[in-house]
Write a new protein. Structure first.
Length: 530
């Protein structure tokens, strides 16, 4: 019996490091969502008509190179405002991605708790891959017809579900009720065909914009939501005494994914040479292969072992979790930390380039077009640094939280992030922007090590998938609010300073909420003690 127990222990040790390796593979690909900021410039050129000044129009007319589809504005200032509006619209693909990521995690977490981590992770990989491949094919007209058909099908299913909810309990003898679903489907099919012939391919950039929102926005976000929670939930069960550290190591892969996007030898270089749409196709294929391989390495342990010497709180179902005041404090804290980071991640490449340009002009330098482009390109370095420190922060903050406790770690992380956000808008040198981006990434990454482990601390590991899925909805809303606040501040004031200051204030508030959360946790532990 002792030999069998020893063999089982050795097997379990080897198995849990296999799960850790699979988690890193999955998270590495999922993390590329944080590299979306490199998409906006090439997508602007491929989706919207070019923006030129009246002086440029005169020059192009004289040279015979004028593009009839171009948008003509008064001067360079007006051109910058229009381009900022175009990129602002594109950035909502990132917001939609984050929102669907968070919303779908509620469902995926429950599937993970019931079916285990492999199935939802594979589903997630397929959704991300298909979404990017579909976006890469948007230059083909057939893609828009297929997208329209899919949308019409989704609307039909939703209508049928609503019909069933209201009338499904009625007697089947009612002829109208019995055949109504067939009538609904027929109506939707006819309407879908008529609307397809009327609108598909005739809305210019709106066609591509909607397809972009639906693919690298909704589909990629939903796929990320399905796959993201699986490695974390499995690892917390395999390493119950190191929840913060293993959560940090796993999601460090997520942070490193964006770094691959920001390098000339990575996605950025591929896009500059091959174009944005071929990159989407290649990335989609890689997503399917790598995430599926990582998912097959995931599994749950035979049982979740309790941690010696620690008070054990009863496992909460997601229904019980939503009735607990601690959930709402945790939700607000995650919202604040996520909004600050996502606001910067969504604009860091463009923001850093603009800050360097502004500093050069304030110094009286006259820049050529090539020099301006070179300064803007340097903004990509900030993307890389943010991504690297995003990954480092996940491991460091997770490790620290296991040593000094979640509350002290939360307070330190939120206060540090607030300080960085207050000063970020005034940073205009390469060194300052590098430090600022690194610190934002470092603190932002800590959220993804601390919040899953804090959720497990408060509500148990058994239903972590569903419980953390609900906590994670704050991340989705933060993505929308953060991008919207940044865009509004930029258009209204010409600066992101107001939005950064608001995010800083919320981080300070969350530092205080962390202390309140600790008090609630102690009370909960005392009440649950025998």
């Amino acid at each position: 019996m002792a030999t069998e127990a020893s063999a089982l222990t050795q097997f379990s040790r080897g198995k849990r490091f296999q799960v850790l390796a699979g988690a890193l593979l999955v998270q590495l690909i999922l993390g590329t969502v944080y590299g979306y900021s490199i998409f906006w410039e090439p997508l602007t050129a491929n989706i919207f008509p070019p923006v030129i000044t009246e002086a440029q129009k005169i020059t192009q007319l004289a040279a015979g190179t004028f593009d009839e589809t171009a948008m003509v504005v008064v001067d360079n200032g007006a051109a910058k405002v229009e381009i900022a509006k175009q990129q602002g619209i594109l950035k909502y693909a990132f917001s939609i991605c984050i929102l669907s990521f968070a919303a779908v995690m509620v469902i995926a977490g429950r599937v993970q708790d019931v079916k285990g981590p492999r199935l939802p992770a594979i589903i997630g990989g397929l959704m991300i891959g298909i979404g990017f491949i579909y976006a890469g094919l948007m230059t083909n007209a057939i893609v828009f017809y297929l997208a329209h058909a899919l949308f019409a099908g989704v609307v039909t299913v939703i209508i049928l579900m609503v019909f069933h909810a209201f009338f499904g309990h009625l007697e089947k003898e009612s002829t109208i009720i019995q055949y109504a679903p067939m009538g609904i489907m027929t109506t939707c099919m006819v309407a879908g065909v008529m609307m397809g012939n009327q609108y598909v391919g005739k809305l210019a950039e709106m066609d591509r914009l909607l397809l972009l929102w639906g693919t690298i926005g909704f589909m990629a976000g939903a796929g990320t939501g399905f796959a993201y929670v699986c490695p974390i939930a499995a690892l917390v069960k395999w390493f119950p005494d190191h929840k913060g550290l293993v959560s940090g190591i796993a999601v460090a892969g997520f942070g490193m994914g964006a770094y691959l996007f920001s390098q000339k030898w990575g996605a950025l270089g591929f896009i500059s040479k091959q174009g944005i749409f071929p990159f989407f196709i290649m990335h989609g294929i890689i997503c399917i292969i790598v995430i599926t391989a990582g998912a097959l390495m995931l599994s749950n342990p035979p049982s979740v072992a309790p941690v010696k010497g620690k008070a054990i709180l009863a496992d909460s179902t997601w229904q019980q979790t939503l009735k607990d005041p601690a959930f709402y404090l945790l939700w607000l804290m995650f919202f604040s930390g996520a909004m600050a980071g996502l606001m910067v991640i969504g604009i860091i490449k463009v923001f850093a380039g603009e800050q360097l340009l502004a500093a050069a002009r304030e110094a009286g330098r006259t820049l050529t077009a090539e020099q301006s482009s070179a300064l803007i390109l340097k903004g990509a370095a900030a993307v890389g640094l943010l991504a690297i420190f995003n990954a480092i922060g996940r491991i460091v903050w997770g490790f620290v939280s296991d040593k000094i406790g979640r509350t002290s770690t939360f307070v330190a992380m939120f206060i540090l992030q607030a300080g960085v956000m207050f000063f970020l808008a005034g940073m205009k040198t390469e060194a300052a922007l590098s430090i600022g981006a690194s610190m934002v990434g470092f603190n932002f990454g800590g959220n993804f090590a601390l919040f899953p482990s804090a959720t497990a601390d408060l509500f148990g590991a058994k239903n972590l998938g569903a419980n953390y899925g609900w906590v994670f909805t704050s991340y989705g809303i933060a993505g929308v609010v953060g991008i919207a606040a940044g865009n509004f501040a930029k258009v209204a004031t010409g600066s992101y300073a107001a939005a950064f200051s608001m995010a800083a204030a919320l981080c300070l508030l969350s530092a205080g909420l962390a202390i309140v959360l600790q008090i609630l946790r102690k009370n909960k532990a005392r009440l649950s003690a025998p």
